[in-house]
Design a protein around this ligand. Structure first.
Ligand SMILES: [Zn+2]
Length: 404
């Protein structure tokens, strides 16, 4: 093996190749430094004594499918100037105590776009935690500064990450899709660290997309007084689905055991979009609508509400359709529909702002939340919350290939 081969495959220079051994399915390459006069690793002084030599194993880029170790002879250095007594630095490692090469770290990061942490760990011979930490360091550098310079439309959403993690509040640039801020918890408190950053850019923000709760609209009025509040398609249908599901539970509680079981398994049938159901599911939905009247009315009105977003081409038509919808909902006498009608009437300007801002977000927000849901399902890797937050920052860049 030549020195140039070591440089081009492992990023190592100024080290002498000695020999290669093959042990237990591993390739072990012996190398030692060419530098006869090492410097102090702390103050870089040349006034040093080299004392004993220690042998260290450093993980390197695998050779084929075999994990590879560099067995390096490292000198200990006593500095006459700063009195430090340290191991010499290895230029191909990022730190004094790092036990993998920079080339391997770059290789791990490139593999993570296509492979799970476990698969990368198995291929490279690194520990699972080390692979995760290498990626974490890369993400930390990548998202050290997130500029708000070109942001015009903000989107704020809270996502439930399961019992252990609770809620996360996520702020995004709705035009580029970039994540601007992630914090634990929900509501205005979770945004407290974002406030100083957004305050400086407040006059440039044209609109803010939020859910229909009061918390974020109060925050928007306070922090972004010039921006339009937009209640987008995604959040309106989400709220309607929550109302529909609570009506399903109320209906279930009034039924005997057998009917209750039947309705229990039909949750998704009621919540899914009508056009994505197959013929069989559609027949079942029709049966439920016929058997349980209130639930049927609510399910039909949910579809009507969705149609407003599909059919209305301007805010004037949308306004007429929303008001008609509210009349129907109020006339139904069903409590949850009456509440939904009240919410729609109270927030009508925000609902119509969706058309003013070219129907922003509906698809991207849902897709983004699905990606977060998928991250949650991989939750075993996210006991490390900082890593989870960084992965969320990286989500818009994530390929559709299921990594992790
Ligand atoms: Zn020194």
């Amino acid at each position: 093996m030549s020195t140039s081969f070591l440089y081009h495959t492992q990023g190592i220079r100024n080290f002498k190749y000695q020999k290669t051994e093959y042990q237990a399915g591993q390739v072990i390459i012996y190398i030692r430094s060419n530098d006869e006069h090492p410097c102090c690793p702390i103050c870089h002084s040349a006034h040093v004594d080299t004392t004993q030599t220690v042998c260290r194993d450093i993980r390197a880029v695998p050779s084929g499918n075999k994990s590879t170790l560099l067995r390096v002879l490292i000198r200990r250095i006593r500095c006459k100037d700063c009195k430090a007594f340290k191991q010499e630095l290895l230029p191909f490692c990022s730190g004094m105590y790092t036990r993998y090469t920079r080339a391997l770290a770059r290789y791990v990061v490139s593999l993570r776009a296509h492979m799970s942490i476990s698969a990368v760990a198995q291929l490279t011979g690194l520990h699972w935690e080390t692979v995760k930490n290498i990626e974490k360091e890369m993400l930390k550098k990548k998202f050290k500064r997130i500029p708000l310079k070109d942001v015009k439309i903000l989107g704020i959403d809270e996502v439930y990450m399961g019992k252990q993690m609770g809620f996360l509040t996520i702020v995004r640039d709705m035009l580029s899709g970039h994540v601007l801020y992630v914090a634990k918890g929900k509501g205005v408190e979770a945004l407290s660290k974002f406030n100083p950053r957004i305050r400086k850019r407040a006059k440039y923000i044209q609109a803010v997309c939020i859910d229909m709760s009061h918390a974020y609209s109060a925050w928007s009025k306070m922090m972004l007084p010039h921006a339009d509040i937009v209640y987008d398609h995604f959040h309106v249908i989400k709220l309607m689905n929550e109302k529909l599901d609570s009506l399903r539970r109320q209906t279930m509680n009034q039924l005997d055991e057998e009917q209750k079981r039947e309705l229990k398994s039909k949750r998704l049938l009621l919540l899914r979009n009508e056009e994505s159901l197959d013929e069989n599911a559609l027949d079942n939905l029709k049966k439920i609508r016929f058997l349980f009247r209130d639930l049927g009315t609510a399910s039909l009105l949910k579809e009507c509400l969705r149609r407003i977003y599909i059919l209305a081409d301007c805010s004037y038509h949308a306004k007429l359709a929303f008001l008609l919808w509210c009349d129907k909902a109020e006339a139904s006498g069903i409590s949850c529909l009456e509440k939904m009608a009240k919410a729609i009437k109270q927030r009508l300007p925000g609902l119509l702002a969706y058309w003013k801002h070219n129907k922003i977000t509906s698809a991207s927000q849902e897709g983004f939340n699905n990606k977060i849901g998928w991250l949650t399902r991989q939750a075993y890797g996210y006991r490390d919350e900082e890593y989870l937050h960084l992965k969320i920052f990286d989500l818009p860049n994530l390929s559709t290939v299921k990594v992790l």
